[in-house]
Design a protein around this ligand. Structure first.
Ligand SMILES: Cc1ncc(COP(=O)(O)O)c(C=O)c1O
Length: 363
């Protein structure tokens, strides 16, 4: 009855954790990958306004023109390079699904830096593509030296995510240049998932936008404005690719939620630096609190830390953490190996302090 392709989606890792977590009554929860603050009131007001004005019908598939223009102006303050299209998507996830469906033929290889955001591997598998993992342990840097040996004549796409989930790594200008140079030499398409771009703590965000022609930029409002439930993102890239993704959107999502599109124009005008400052503080709490006892790369962005487990596997460590009332996620959910665990520090300071205390007591 069920299509064979569904057999390629394996959610057992995360399911095991949630099965264990179900027993927990009031856990110290450092597992949630979304901002802990509510949507800013100005954005809520704009959404409510648009609903009250009756802007509740389908929008054009590619997204309302005012939002498309506002996003383009923010991504390319000096004007977009020629031949760039934009599609407003149902979350960055919507953009990822449409991109892979539009680009991947059976057998095409997609380079995925490991550790990775869970969805990449599954979407490539769903399209009958082959995920090829680029090992970035132990420092989680993505260098040409690490990528190049993984390239074959079948390689079509490299997907990168900076600031990164689950490691908190942020590529430097030099690294981005090196990655782009490599994709150009090998004629690959670069998909740059920059959903955490506002959360960079040690310098301005480094974007791949405008640096090369064969680039599909994905971003969204889930993390920057806590709009996870409103499902809004965007894809910017060569017109030819955006046209195909738009065609698919027409026959699937139809359009991104209308009220969220209207409210997002307000979101783009909002200064969110106070949230970023708050999360920088939380990053420092995690780093200062854990670096003595755990092997940990200093997180530079997003709201995650990815320490190595002191012994055993990530699953075993997380089972033990759960016995101590702490919920974190084992590394195998984000990786081909199970040697680390993910902390999501988008939580109030008291929860973070409790988490640090439990983790230090566990070593
Ligand atoms: C790296 C990365 N990309 C994409 C997404 C999906 O975000 P959205 O809510 O915009 O679909 C997430 C969400 O956790 C993420 O971590």
């Amino acid at each position: 009855m069920i299509a064979r392709r569904m057999g390629k989606l394996d959610s057992s890792g995360i399911r095991k954790v949630f099965d264990l977590a179900r027993e927990m009554e009031n856990p110290v929860n450092l597992s949630i990958g979304q901002p802990h603050f509510d949507i800013p009131p100005e954005i809520k007001a704009a959404a409510i306004d648009s609903i009250n004005q009756g802007l509740n019908h389908y929008t054009v598939t590619q997204g309302i023109p005012e939002l498309r223009e506002a996003v383009m102006a923010q991504v390319f303050p000096k004007g977009p390079p020629p031949g760039q299209g934009i599609l407003i998507t149902s979350g960055t996830s919507g953009g990822l699904l449409l991109a892979f469906l539009a680009l991947i033929d059976p057998g095409d290889e997609v380079l995925i830096p490991d550790p990775y955001f869970v969805m990449y591997k599954h979407l490539v598998n769903l399209c009958d593509g082959k995920p090829v993992f680029v090992n970035t342990y132990p420092d989680f840097r993505l260098t040409a030296e690490r990528i190049e040996p993984c390239i074959t004549p079948k390689t079509k796409v490299l997907i990168t995510n900076s600031p990164a989930n689950p490691t908190g790594a942020v590529w430097t200008e030099t690294e981005v240049d090196e990655i782009i140079d490599l994709t150009q030499r090998h004629d690959l398409l670069l998909i740059s998932d920059e959903i955490y771009s506002v959360y960079t703590y040690d310098g301005p965000p480094v974007t791949a936008a405008g640096r090369c022609d064969r680039l599909l930029l994905l971003n969204g409002f889930s993390k920057s404005h806590a709009m996870t439930g409103w499902r809004l993102g965007f894809a910017i890239g060569p017109e030819e690719i955006i046209r195909e993704m738009t065609k698919l959107q027409q026959f699937s999502f139809v359009c991104a939620p209308s009220f969220a599109q209207h409210a997002a124009i307000e979101a783009l005008n909002l200064d969110t630096s106070n949230y970023v400052d708050e999360y920088r503080w939380k990053r420092d709490m995690i780093w200062d609190g854990l670096q003595d006892k755990y092997e940990l790369q200093r997180p530079e962005g997003a709201f995650y830390a990815f320490p190595k487990v002191p012994c055993g596997t990530g699953q075993e460590f997380v089972a033990e953490a759960i016995k101590n009332n702490l919920l974190v996620i084992p590394g195998e959910v984000f990786s081909e190996r199970d040697t680390h665990f993910r902390i999501a520090y988008a939580a109030d300071n008291e929860t973070i302090e409790q988490g640090i205390e439990i983790l230090n007591a566990m070593v």
